[in-house]
Structure formats: structure tokens, C-alpha cells
Design a protein around this ligand. Structure first.
Ligand code: AGP
Length: 366
């Protein structure tokens, strides 16, 4: 029945719609309100070992790598452990220094991506400690890691990953909460996160209800040849994932950039034929991001804002709104309108949504 389209025209639409249920599954039984922490039974590390972790490195390819970048932010913010993300495809080729005090997290929907599997094997050969964050139970990466977090997103058929990516980010929030609570994160902060996580599936549902508005914006911008996706810090991997989705299924050239880097070069490209999608969370960088919007508009560039802030409708050429969560979890909700935007632009252009040209669902070759 998971492979039935039901009322949906294609699998991507079905999988986008399944996100509230998928999010409930990945959270199910893993949140502890009393001790304000997460239970991750698949990670067999004692609190003493968890406290000994000095760095967390996320490895994945494509969207799984961008999700890893969101994970690195969450770990740094909640656990105050240095964290980073790297494409597994690069990592495996550069003879990395493998550090015994680093926790390596291999991220993969299919669990079969060869680059990620090879990175895991290389790490293990050199004594690295690797856990998997994988959707497909019994897959090569899940077996190779032997421990980790299953995503429980259900089968994902569309080449463009949506619900698995959302569940990756939610899993990283759980991991960051666990790591934070055996270190420095206060019980009050832990509780704040636990309740925001419990609330997340309903908030995702709310975002999905805005599909007609996103569809209208997609119609407005489907004629673009190029697009920028801009974000700062938490918004930066959101921008990267948004650009990735648009490229994959619409074949429109999309480039993600850190909003803060705009003035160091790419601003020269802004004119009326170059729309920008600006990620505008209502966080401590709000004023900075707002000035990015103004700088682009002052040069005649069309802007689509994706925000959870109370902005006026005429702030940009289009405003896509999402509800508030806790700021650390904003990337989860801000990503969803970008899935819908890519989807409706591709539909408008008559693309083969589930099977974009030149791409495979899982890349099991070099
Ligand atoms: C996502 O929309 C892409 N199709 C692609 O980047 C994908 O995330 C990547 O190939 C990794 O796949 P995996 O999660 O199955 O390892």
C-alpha cells in the first residue's frame, strides 16, 4: 500500500504529504519529557562515552549532506560540541585524519549509496566510530555501521528526497538533545526542545496547508532561467536544499549562496531576470537577512521570502509563511515550502517529477 499513489498524481506529492505522519514515527517513543532528553536505543554508547565525544562529523551525499549540515548546527547549538558536515564522496578520496574522539554519522535514505558506504568502511578500517542514520532497514550502510538511528520515513520512491530528509533533520535534533543533556544543556532548554519536537508534526501539517499559495508563486516564477537561494547560518543548508530540489526536478539553474557572501561577488548577477529565494527566520539574524532582501530589491532583483516572521506582504514579490517553532528547529519547517515550490515549478514545466533525467534514486556506482 506504501507503493500506491492513492489520490496523489505522483510519488513526490504523496511523500511530501506524508511528512507529518513520518515525523510522528521518527519521534515515536524517543522523547523523554521527565528527563528532558531523547532515547536512541540504536546508539549503544554509554553516557561516559557520549561525554567523551569531542567532535561530530556528518557524512552523506546530496540532500543527505545538506541534512548533515543542519545536523552539525543542531549539535553545535544544543550540545556545544564542534560539528561539521562533508560530502561522503569527497571524504573517501582525501585520506582523512580519523580521530578516535570524533563521532562520525553516516547519513543515507537508501542505505546503499556507494560513496557513503565506502566512507564508512574507510573510517572503520582506521578505527573511527561511525553510527548510521538510515531509512532502509537491512541496507548495506545500516548493516556496516551496526548501530544508529532508523528514520522510519517509510519507502521513498521519488528520486527527489523529501520525507526522508525531514526525518534526518529531526533525528539529528534527537541526537543533539541526547548529547546536550549529558553535557551542558539545561533541563529547561531540554524541555523546551522536547515540547517543540512533539509539536513539530502538527506544524508540518500547517505548512502543507499553504500549498495553494506556493503553487501560485511557482506559476509566477516558472519562467526563470536562473535562481538564487540565500540563507545565513541556520538558513544556509535550507537554501542549499531548496536549490538542490529545484535543480533536480525542474532543470532550472539554481545556486545557493550564504546571504552574507552576496556582496563579495554574486551581487553582480542581480537584475530583474534573476529571482532570489531568501530564507528569513525570525531569529537573531533577522535584521541582517532583511537587509539582504532590501539590497536585492534595490538592484531590481525579484525576491521570494520564506519566513516565520511577521512581515508585511509587500516586503517582497512573494512571501511564503511557515509557523514558528523553536529557532533551532526552524530549518525543518522552512525547507518544506521549498519542496513544494520545486514541485509546482516542475509541474508547470511539464517535467517527469518522480524520475528526473540523468538521475537515479540511489547511486550505487562510482
Ligand atoms: C535528493 O533529492 C537526491 N536525489 C540526492 O541528492 C540524494 O539525497 C543522494 O543521492 C543521497 O542518497 P541517499 O540518502 O540514499 O544516500
Amino acid at each position: 500500500q506504501d507503493y500506491d499513489l492513492g489520490d496523489h498524481p505522483d510519488f513526490m506529492h504523496k511523500e511530501i504529504s506524508e511528512q507529518p505522519a513520518a515525523a510522528r514515527r521518527v519521534l515515536g517513543g524517543r522523547l523523554d519529557d521527565r528527563f528532558a532528553t531523547a532515547h536512541l536505543g540504536g546508539i549503544r554508547l554509554e553516557p561516559r562515552e557520549l561525554r567523551g565525544i569531542r567532535r561530530v562529523t556528518f557524512l552523506g551525499c546530496g540532500s543527505a549532506y545538506y541534512a548533515g549540515q543542519m545536523g552539525a548546527s543542531l549539535v553545535e547549538e544544543l550540545a556545544r560540541i564542534p560539528a561539521d558536515a562533508e560530502p561522503a564522496s569527497e571524504f573517501r578520496y582525501r585520506n582523512p585524519v580519523v580521530d578516535p574522539d570524533t563521532l562520525y554519522v553516516a547519513v543515507s535514505q537508501s542505505g546503499e549509496t556507494l560513496d557513503t558506504l565506502m566512507a564508512v568502511q574507510e573510517l572503520q578500517r582506521k578505527g573511527g566510530r561511525v553510527v548510521g542514520v538510515v531509512n532502509a532497514v537491512g541496507s548495506a550502510i545500516a548493516r556496516q555501521c551496526g548501530q544508529g538511528i532508523f528514520l522510519h520515513a517509510g519507502p521513498e520512491v521519488s528520486v527527489a528526497s523529501t520525507k526522508a530528509l525531514t526525518n534526518m533533520t529531526i533525528s539529528f535534533a534527537l541526537l543533539a538533545l541526547l548529547l546536550g543533556r549529558v553535557r551542558d544543556l539545561s533541563a529547561a532548554d531540554g524541555r523546551r526542545l522536547v515540547s517543540a519536537l512533539l509539536d513539530l508534526p502538527d506544524r508540518i501539517e500547517e505548512v502543507l496547508r499553504s500549498e495553494p499559495e506556493v503553487q501560485a508563486v511557482a506559476k509566477q516564477f516558472a519562467g526563470a532561467r536562473h535562481m538564487f537561494f540565500l540563507g545565513r547560518v541556520r538558513g544556509w543548508p535550507v537554501a542549499r536544499e531548496g536549490a538542490q530540489k529545484l535543480k533536480e526536478i525542474s532543470y532550472i539553474h539554481a545556486e545557493a549562496y550564504q546571504a552574507s557572501e552576496l556582496k563579495h561577488g554574486p551581487l553582480a548577477l542581480i537584475d530583474s531576470s534573476m529571482p532570489s529565494v531568501v530564507i528569513l527566520p525570525d531569529d537573531e539574524l533577522y535584521a541582517k537577512n532583511l537587509s539582504t532582501v532590501e539590497q536585492i530589491r534595490a538592484r531590481g532583483g525579484p525576491v521570494i521570502v520564506v519566513t516565520n516572521a511577521d512581515v508585511p506582504g509587500d516586503l517582497a514579490d512573494a512571501v511564503l509563511r511557515v509557523p514558528r517553532s523553536e529557532p533551532e528547529l526552524d530549518p525543518v519547517l522552512l525547507t518544506i515550502p521549498l519542496q513544494l515550490l520545486a514541485y509546482h515549478v516542475a509541474l508547470e514545466l511539464g517535467r517527469d517529477i518522480d524520475k528526473p533525467r540523468n538521475l537515479a534514486k540511489s547511486v550505487t556506482v562510482e
